[in-house]
Design a protein around this ligand. Structure first.
Ligand SMILES: [Zn+2]
Length: 156
């Protein structure tokens, strides 16, 4: 269940018909969306939902992103080069995954370490994890970057 902004909650109490007459929450102005807590924003980001409204459908395909959010209109790419933070997150996750596989395999096969197999497995993880984690890294970056902005600024 998505959190209902104050203005919307008042309308809901007034009756569902009132919401429908005004077009539901599809065209709500940007300022009407409450700032999500850090925990909520990060949870939504990991589930590939919009950090602000919790809407799905941000990624039409794993590498193709809808910008702005189709529900609340949150513009994801704020400036040119914005995704550098997401690339950094993705790189860090991939490095930890490769390191985990390599060290784990070394520990499990010690003292007869299968270097060739470990190298192939590490390379495979290093190629696959960044592709699979790409949408999560973008959404995480959006949630983190906006969470660290001043509370006086709108969550936009
Ligand atoms: Zn949204």
């Amino acid at each position: 269940m998505l959190p209902v902004p104050r203005r919307c909650a008042n309308r809901r109490r007034a009756g569902a018909g009132a919401r429908r007459e005004e077009g539901g929450d599809r065209y709500r102005p940007v300022m009407d969306w409450p700032r999500p807590s850090a925990r909520t924003a990060l949870r939504r980001a990991l589930l590939l939902r919009c950090p602000r409204c919790g809407s799905t459908g941000i990624f039409t395909w794993r590498l193709a992103m809808t910008d702005p959010c189709p529900r609340c209109g949150l513009v994801f790419e704020r400036t040119e080069g914005y995704w550098l933070g997401a690339v950094t997150i993705n790189l860090m996750v991939a490095m930890v995954a490769v390191l985990g596989v390599v060290l784990g395999a070394m520990v499990l096969t010690w003292p007869d370490v299968a270097w060739t197999a470990i190298t192939v497995a590490g390379a495979a993880v290093g190629l696959v994890v960044p592709i699979l984690f790409h949408p999560h890294s973008r959404m995480l970056w959006i949630a983190l970057e906006r969470q660290f902005r001043s509370r006086s600024e709108p969550y936009a």
